[in-house]
Design a protein around this ligand. Structure first.
Ligand SMILES: NC(=O)C1=CN([C@@H]2O[C@H](COP(=O)(O)OP(=O)(O)OC[C@H]3O[C@@H](n4cnc5c(N)ncnc54)[C@H](O)[C@@H]3O)[C@@H](O)[C@H]2O)C=CC1
Ligand SMILES: O=C1[C@@H](O)[C@H](O)[C@@H](O)[C@H](O)[C@H]1O
Length: 341
């Protein structure tokens, strides 16, 4: 490794371009060494003005490029398995955007490959663990003053969904964040899932089941409900209320500015995740760079990514069948804690 951690970024779309900007201008200790995107024009545009970056259309070529010490995967979910296995084969530490691998069989292959290496290389991009409000809630719950958590009520609203977004993606892309946040906040696995379909919004694309109401059960018998509504049209809203035996705590409502004018007050609402979670992404990538330079992996890992994929897959089955679907996890390799903290 040179003075700076050289990062290959795979995928130069919304998240990839934002992470390239972050690596270049926000975090310390790293530089973009290579970028890969099958759309060469997009890759070129994302690194315009940056010195010492090689541009590729083949992700494998980016992994082999000069000066690459680590990988940030921001390609679409179905491309993640090949990218993770390619990084493992080269012993490169990775930060991989969620979902780690959308299908659970592929996610398990990643866990098994890392377990064979005998050391953790992958961190998964569940950035809510780095959000200041989520961290305060986690510290409060861990502190125990509110007693045992009984319920989590969650809201996840997007203004609109990207073109081609499917009813399954409401669960395996959007709710994947609540799946990880619930496991992390409660420190236990989710064991079963039921999905109900309210009447779909007229604002949703034809055929998309939006909103959805998802109910998870946990090992210790808590319940986690999630309203997911990805074409709400009015703002990006992520909320979570923990109801415990001796009190309740809610996050997600005080991030915005209150503007008072003309004898009325209005609160501004973020338009998307890049605004709402900007600080969390910054902290996530800085922590990853610092840990990687120190030869460690500290954030959510491959087991967390795998568990989220299994739960999401059960959720998609629950959506399709209307049944309550149990979550079946494979035996956990010794390399991993049950839920990484
Ligand atoms: N943590 C978060 O809050 C968010 C995470 N994401 C995740 O980030 C990833 C990327 O999402 P977006 O940037 O929104 O998608 P996007 O569609 O804007 O960009 C994906 C880019 O990857 C490129 N690509 C396709 N196959 C590739 C391959 N094999 N290797 C390298 N590049 C490839 C595409 O040409 C495109 O430029 C997804 O896993 C998504 O779930 C997305 C939005 C927010
Ligand atoms: O990860 C994300 C997107 O992929 C997903 O589509 C959105 O619903 C989430 O809010 C965002 O954080």
């Amino acid at each position: 490794m040179g003075e700076l951690l050289g990062v290959a970024v795979l995928g130069a779309g919304h998240m990839g371009a934002d992470h390239i900007r972050r690596l270049d201008r926000v975090v310390s200790g790293a530089r973009v060494a290579a970028v890969a995107d099958p759309d060469a024009g997009r890759a070129e545009a994302a690194v315009a003005g940056l010195a010492g970056v090689t541009v590729h259309t083949d992700p494998e070529a980016a992994l082999d490029a000069p000066g690459v010490d680590a990988v940030l995967i921001a390609s679409p979910g179905p491309a993640h398995e090949a990218a993770l296995l390619g990084a493992f084969a080269r012993n490169l530490p990775v930060l991989c955007e969620k979902p780690m691998v959308p299908d659970s069989a592929g996610a398990l292959r990643v866990v098994e490959a890392e377990a064979r290496l005998g050391r953790r290389l992958a961190q998964i991009g569940f950035m809510r663990r780095y959000d200041a409000e989520y961290r305060r809630l986690k510290a409060l719950l861990d502190g125990g003053t509110l007693g045992r958590p009984l319920l989590l009520h969650c809201v996840h609203r997007n203004v609109s969904s990207p073109p081609g977004f499917t009813s399954a993606q409401l669960i395996n892309s959007s709710v994947s964040h609540e799946i990880d946040a619930a496991r992390w906040l409660l420190g236990e696995e989710l064991t079963a899932v039921t999905v109900r379909r309210p009447v779909s919004s007229k604002g949703a694309p034809e055929g998309l089941i939006d909103p959805q109401f998802v109910l998870f059960e946990t090992e210790r018998g808590a319940l986690v409900d999630v309203e997911v509504f990805v074409n709400c049209g009015f703002g990006y809203q992520v909320r979570c209320e923990a109801v415990c035996e001796a009190g309740a705590a809610r996050i997600g409502e005080d991030r915005s500015m209150l503007v008072t004018a003309a004898a009325s007050a209005r609160r501004e609402v973020a338009r998307d995740y890049l605004v709402r979670f900007a600080d969390a992404y910054d902290r996530e990538v800085q922590d990853w760079v610092d840990a990687t330079r120190a030869g460690r992996v500290t954030g959510p890992g491959a087991w967390d990514g795998y568990a989220a994929s299994v739960v999401a897959e059960a959720g998609v089955r629950a959506l399709e069948t209307g049944d309550r679907v149990a979550v079946e996890l494979a035996p956990r390799p010794d390399l991993y804690a049950s839920v990484s903290r």
